[in-house]
Every structure is written in C-alpha cells, then in structure tokens.
Design a protein around this ligand. Structure first.
Ligand code: SF4
Length: 290
C-alpha cells in the first residue's frame, strides 16, 4: 500500500483497509492537533487513488469488509470524486460492508441533502465527526471552526441521508478554567446530535502546537486526572442519546470503559466512581498514546 506521511484512523477501523484519498486536513487549525501539521492539504490524484484500490483488490480483495477513507476530512472531496472511489471499492471488494471517513461539520453542511443521500446509497455509510466540545467558548478557544449549532445541523443532515455517525468529544478541551461547562455542554451536544456511536478522548498537550504555547503563557491549564474523571462523569450522567454505543477505549484515555447509553449508564457511572475513589486503577501514563 502507498501512503504519504503518518496515517490516522479511529480505533474501530483497526480492521479496515485505509485508503488515502486526501493528504492532510483542509482546516488544520485546531489548537491541540498535530496530526497533519506537516502536510499541506491536497486532494490526491484520482488515478493514483484508483490504482491503490486495484492494488488492494489484488492483495486482499475478498478479505476487505471495511474501507476507511483518509486523511483528516475526506468528506470534502466532490461528489464526482467520491462516486468514482465508492464505485471502485464496490467492484474491488466483493464483501465490502461499509465505507467511512472523518468529516468536519462544515464538510457535511457544504453538501446538499441530495448529495449526501447519493453518497449514502453509493456506500458511504458512516461518518466520524469530532465536535470535541459542545461549548461555543471552548470551540472558539480550540479553533474548531464550527459552533455547537453547526454540529447539530450537520448531524441532522447526515441522519436524514441515512448515514451512521460516530461522534467524538475531547476531555480536557476546556482546560481547568472551563472544565465544568465543557463537560455539561458536550453532554447536551451529544444528546442533540444523537449518534449511533459516541466516544471520548483525552487531550494531550503536544509540543509545538498552539495549545502548548498557550499552556506556556498560562492561558491553558490541562485538567488533572481527577478533573478529567469528573468531566467524564458529568458527561455520562447528562448525555441523553436515544441509544448509542459508548466507548473511552482510545489510547489517550486513563480509564477505558464501554457500554450503551442510556442502557448502561448506572454501571458506567459506578465504574467512574470507583476510579474516582481509587478502587479501579487508571491506565498508567506510559501506556497512554495519541
Ligand atoms: S479538523 Fe481534525 S484533523 Fe483537522 S486540525 Fe482539527 S482535529 Fe486536526
């Protein structure tokens, strides 16, 4: 397989064929993110992308059940380009069950309802959307580029098209100063977006990022483990999706838990409380990752 630079994918796409159709992220401004800072965003040449699909078909065609289209916000590609990619995937991988990608709210909102429905019908069935916070003040500070209302509108549009959504929030995004309002507003946004999958990651301050510089100037302070667990608790206690698979299994988290919300809320809260009281050990720092 041919890849340019580091490749990122959600934990639940660990068994997917990763197809790099764009290089980098078209936004590339979120203050905590260094995933694509070394890449200048561009769409990869379509012929190259189709060649990659043909290569993957020769190596693993019938084994490929999932395709994740990278990099950071591949939904930005035009409808024509997406349809060419999806058609090639369908014919290359006879057992294909789903195609997914990362999407910013603005990528969803830039497509018409018809375009989203056509994409879904052609096989793009799941989007990973990371509002990171439901609080507009936090969203502004982390330079997410979209508001909570934008994310609600994007989720509604994707749902109407029949796409599944995996929505990601970021513990610690509000720093110590906005910790409580970040957790509560994120729970409200999770409720409003009402995705099929809901996950939380924990912010890591990466040297060289804008948030690291803000930290040095005293403008951002990473919440400690207890505050992060309290954010997690507030989120779980207040989020009201109608039926979401909930996970904190990303390597950045200190506490890996999973279940369904709302069904398993009490059990999840009991585990968080046990962690807060020290009865359940946290993942040691050296085992954490991005
Ligand atoms: S949209 Fe995603 S990939 Fe792009 S800068 Fe923000 S967090 Fe990073």
């Amino acid at each position: 397989m041919r890849y340019e630079g580091r490749i990122y994918r959600p934990p639940s796409e660990s068994d997917a064929y990763i197809l790099q159709a764009t290089i980098g992220c078209s936004w590339n401004k979120c203050t905590y993110c260094d995933m694509y800072r070394d890449k200048q965003f561009r769409e990869r040449d379509l012929d190259e992308v189709l060649e990659d699909i043909a290569l993957a078909a020769r190596e693993a065609g019938p084994m490929v059940r999932k395709v994740f289209v990278a990099d950071g916000d591949a939904l930005i590609l035009s409808l024509d380009r997406w349809l060419a990619i999806l058609a090639a995937c369908r014919s290359a991988f006879p057992n294909l069950r789903r195609v997914s990608c990362y999407a910013m709210a603005s990528n969803v909102l830039a497509k018409t309802d018809d375009e989203l429905a056509v994409l879904k019908a052609a096989g793009l069935t799941q989007l990973y959307i990371g509002p990171e916070s439901g609080d507009d003040e936090v969203l502004k500070r982390i330079a997410k580029g979209s508001t909570a209302a934008d994310h609600v509108a994007a989720a509604e549009r994707a749902r109407r098209a029949g796409m599944k959504q995996s929505v990601i929030f970021l513990l610690g995004a509000g720093g110590k100063a906005l910790s409580a309002q970040h957790a509560r507003a994120s729970a409200e946004l999770a409720t409003a977006m009402d995705p099929e999958f809901l996950s939380l990651l924990t912010l890591t301050v990466i040297p060289g990022t804008p948030i690291a510089r803000a930290e040095q100037k005293g403008l951002y302070e990473l919440p400690d483990d207890t505050m992060i667990l309290q954010e997690l608790r507030d989120f779980v206690a207040h989020a009201r999706p109608t039926g979401a698979v909930f996970r904190t299994n990303h390597a950045s988290n200190r506490l890996a838990i999973g279940g369904r919300l709302p069904k398993d809320r009490d059990a999840i809260l009991a585990t968080i409380d046990a962690a807060l009281s020290g009865e359940v050990p946290l993942r040691p720092e050296w085992l954490r990752g991005l």
